[in-house]
Design a protein. Sequence first.
Length: 238
Amino acid sequence: MIEAVRLGVIVPSVNIVVEEWYPRVVPDGVSVHFARMLIADGSSPEKIIAMDREDGMRAIGQIASCRPHAIAYGCTASSVIQGHAFDERLRDEIRHIAGIPATTATDSIFAACRALGLKRVTAISPYTEAVDTAEHHFFAEGGVETIASAYLDIADGFRLAEPEPDAILDLALTAWDPRSDGLIAACLNFRSHPVIDALEAKIGKPVVTSTQAVLWHLLRLAGVDTPIPGFGRLLGEH
């Protein structure tokens, strides 16, 4: 039995995916607590930036008040749109406010790629073309090259959660380039985690999703290394 560990997760108000999944799969003795940032209808870059500026700091202070052992800022697009300097500054601000380890969605993805040895990837997302393209540039600047990709062109932040896992699996297999070291599925409001095991079995390579990588990185930052089977090599073996 693990001594009580609390994980803090900050998400856009439209996210309906990770709040349901994380508490169901964390090891005994670990609890997950959420703060939400209000985002206006849609998920344009302008609205995401407004969400970060208007509600981001409030959400950090709110989740810090329950004294978690690590905090994740759970919006992949926030960092993709605003760049690596924003991402680094955001993590510093969380650490300063809460006094504990902190990560972001993209920081977790890069940590996962390092753990799994991914440098050339196939990438999929539910995002619009503009955000998806920005994501590939962001990954490249962080040392991860996207050599094949596919996106669903969904502009409404709430509707990012609509694609069913089977459709996500089909999207990934259609996009897959066997020259890749693995596959990345971006977005924390995307139901990609249920198909990780099946996808890894089909492509024979590791799969990293925003949803899975954030949980894995949060647990490790909080000192929990208990494997979680059923959601890929990252959570099961690293």
